[in-house]
Structures are given as structure tokens and as C-alpha cells.
Design a protein around this ligand. Structure first.
Ligand SMILES: *Cc1c(COP(=O)(O)O)cnc(C)c1O
Length: 370
């Protein structure tokens, strides 16, 4: 048997009846596009965050594309973000013709180094996209300080941070808008693709609703600004409604798993476990440890049937598709160094204790810990 970083089948076994009922509810409703499931999920997701608006979209990448567009970002504008992220953060910026500008990350928690923001701002900067990586939040007070000094918009990339908190506030409630992904591996995952943008601003939300629907106001069927087809699927919306009710449980399970890793591996020489930065409540989308001999560790674990992954092995600025940005090796030294040391241990809410114990034992054996 192979142990993987993520699996949904144990969850499906537990929730199968509810999920199949969700599918049947939509199929029987007579509304396959938009309709009551999408509306209800949007209302419930907004309320869960204590916000007035959530717009469902087809995936997290388009949540960033449309979120930025609704915040007024367009071609030629510079958007400051990090290279230590899932490529879609940057692909989305590129998609609207904006220019991604990277700041390096902090060595300890691997999050945006907000001390570098000020120097990255130019006359063309329009927005900042802080990425709440792995399930913990960027220092948002520092982001907001720079944003308000320069009149910039802030779109939180919350694809990995459902239910994370920062000084008591939920991820997604601290920027001008926030983009979520419901890709199956995410903390709140659909059984397919999905995404949402939340905001407190009614105008931004109204723009989002048009942008995801070709650019049309639904009641008039007239395109104002040409948009996208980026609707959240009704079946996924109904599944997400069911799962949203269990989100607190999923996160509690993830935190318990993180606690068990810390207990089982905290004393292993050379292995650095993910820190929780003061003020943050981590929601553990990924459990990213570090080791200087990462490749040997991965290889050794593979021999024990444990297939781990690296998120992310290639910082976005080093990818050939972004060569035109002209950022050679050495331009983001902390990001580049971390990419060579990080590895993700299995993390999903239905990961059972036995499997987790096997992982702990194998890591200890491979690293020669008593
Ligand atoms: C998953 C992810 C996205 C993209 O979401 P999709 O639903 O896969 O399009 C964007 N940003 C980050 C940080 C992600 O982890």
C-alpha cells in the first residue's frame, strides 16, 4: 500500500450518502445552472465569514482573475505577490495582462516578507496579492499599511487558508476582496472544481457577478464589459454547502494531525517542522517540513511506500513560462533556498492515526532517529 500526501476516498466513504443526496438534490431541482444551490452556498459562505457578499466561480484561478479585475486591475498594472506559491496565483495575474512583481519570503514561516513591500512599489503598482500559504496568514497589518500609503488594492489569496485566523480574524476578511479555491485537495474541497470571491464592497461584488457571466447583468442580458464564463457549477455548490457545515471539524482534524506530527517528530535532528507564527491559527492545508537532505529523505520514504510531494519544487519566477520577467537564479534567495529543502507530509482531514504513525516511524527510521 502506498501512502500519499492527499486522499479523499476515506472522506467519501464517511460522507457518501450526504454527497450523493447533494447530487440528487440538484439533478431533481430542474435547475442545473445557477439556481438555489449556488445562491444558498454563496449566502452561507459569505455568512460563514461574516461578510455580506460571496460570488461563486468555477475555480480558484478565476477567483483571482475576476477578483483583480473587479478591484480595477488591468493590463500593464503591477501586482505584488510572492514566487513561493502555487503557479495559478501568478498565472491569474498574467492572464489579465498585469505584471507580477515578486517579493521574497521569510525564512521561518515562508510567508511574504512584508518588510520588502515598500521597495517593490512603483508608480504602476495597483494591487498586492498576499498568499496565505499552507494555511497560515501573511502579516496583514503590514500589507494594509503599505496599501493605504500608496492607494493599492489588496486581494487575499485564500486558496490554502479556509478557516485560518490572524489575530482572531478569518482569512478572507482582511483585504478588499479574497479569492478561494475549492479544488478537491483544499481544506474545503469540492468533488471537482470550484472557487469563490468574498468581499464587503457591494460594487466589487456586482462587478464579479457580471464578470463571471460573460460580462452581463443577469436581468438584462446585455454585456457591459466583456467578461468570462466562470460560473460555479450547481452540483459542486450543493456539495460545498454540505461540506461547509463540517468545515470546523475538518480543520480540527487537521490541527490534531499537526499536533501528532509535532509530538512524533519534534525531536528529530535536522528536521524543521512548520512553525506557527504568533497571532496565527494555522489551518494546515499542507504540513510542510524542511530538511537539508530533502531528496535523500524523499527517496528513503519511497522505499517505505510513502510518496511525498514538494510544494513547491520550482518557484514561479524560475519557470520557463515566466522567463520574460527576467528574474534569474539568485533574485529571490530565500524562496530559492527553501524550495530545495521543503517536503509535504500527508495531511487531510480523514487521515487515520495508524497511517500517520507509519509516516512518523518511517521518517524516524530514514533519518536515523532513535
Ligand atoms: C489551488 C491554488 C490556486 C488555484 O486554485 P484552482 O482552483 O486550482 O484554480 C491559487 N492559489 C493558490 C495559493 C492555490 O493553492
Amino acid at each position: 500500500m502506498t501512502v500519499r500526501v492527499w486522499d479523499y476516498l476515506p472522506e467519501y466513504a464517511d460522507e457518501r450518502e450526504d454527497l450523493l443526496d447533494a447530487v440528487d438534490t440538484v439533478f431533481s431541482s430542474g435547475r442545473l445552472v445557477f439556481g438555489p444551490a449556488v445562491e444558498a452556498f454563496e449566502a452561507e459562505f459569505a455568512a460563514w465569514h461574516g461578510l455580506p457578499h460571496a460570488t461563486g466561480v468555477d475555480n480558484g484561478t478565476n477567483a483571482i482573475v475576476l477578483g483583480l479585475r473587479a478591484l480595477g486591475v488591468g493590463p500593464g498594472d503591477e501586482v505584488i505577490t510572492v514566487s513561493n506559491t502555487a503557479a495559478p496565483t501568478v498565472v491569474a495575474i498574467d492572464q489579465i495582462g498585469a505584471v507580477p512583481v515578486f517579493v521574497d519570503v521569510r525564512a521561518d514561516d515562508q510567508l511574504m516578507d512584508t518588510d520588502l513591500l515598500e521597495a517593490a512599489v512603483t508608480s504602476r503598482t495597483r494591487a498586492i496579492v498576499p498568499v496565505h500559504l499552507y494555511g497560515q496568514c501573511v502579516d496583514m497589518a503590514a500589507v494594509q499599511a503599505v496599501a493605504s500609503r500608496h492607494g493599492l488594492r489588496v486581494l487575499e489569496d485564500c486558496a490554502q487558508a479556509h478557516a485560518a485566523r490572524h489575530h482572531g480574524r478569518l482569512a478572507g476578511t482582511m483585504g478588499d476582496a479574497a479569492a478561494f479555491s475549492f479544488y478537491p485537495t483544499k481544506i474545503l474541497g469540492a468533488y471537482g472544481d470550484g472557487g469563490a470571491v468574498v468581499t464587503a464592497e457591494p460594487d466589487v461584488d456586482a462587478d464579479l457577478r457580471r464578470l463571471r457571466y460573460y460580462g452581463m447583468a443577469q436581468q438584462y442580458y446585455v454585456v457591459q464589459t466583456p467578461g468570462h464564463n466562470a460560473r460555479l457549477d450547481a452540483v459542486q455548490a450543493e456539495i460545498l454547502r454540505r461540506k461547509l457545515r463540517r468545515l470546523d471539524d475538518y480543520v480540527a482534524a487537521r490541527r490534531a494531525i499537526a499536533g501528532r506530527y509535532a509530538e512524533g517528530l519534534g525531536d528529530v535532528d535536522g528536521l524543521t517542522l512548520p512553525p506557527v507564527t504568533p497571532g496565527n491559527e494555522h489551518s494546515y492545508y499542507l504540513y510542510v517540513a524542511r530538511h537539508p537532505e530533502r531528496e535523500e529523505l524523499l527517496e528513503g520514504l519511497r522505499a517505505h511506500g510513502i510518496e511525498l510531494t514538494v510544494s513547491y519544487r520550482w518557484p514561479v519566477h524560475t519557470m520557463s513560462g515566466f522567463a520574460h520577467l527576467g528574474l534569474g537564479p539568485g533574485s529571490l534567495p530565500v524562496t530559492e533556498r527553501l524550495a530545495g529543502e521543503i517536503l509535504s507530509l500527508p495531511m487531510y482531514s480523514s487521515l487515520d492515526k495508524g497511517t500517520q504513525d507509519d509516516v512518523v516511524a518511517a521518517v524516524r527510521t530514514v533519518l536515523g532517529a532513535p
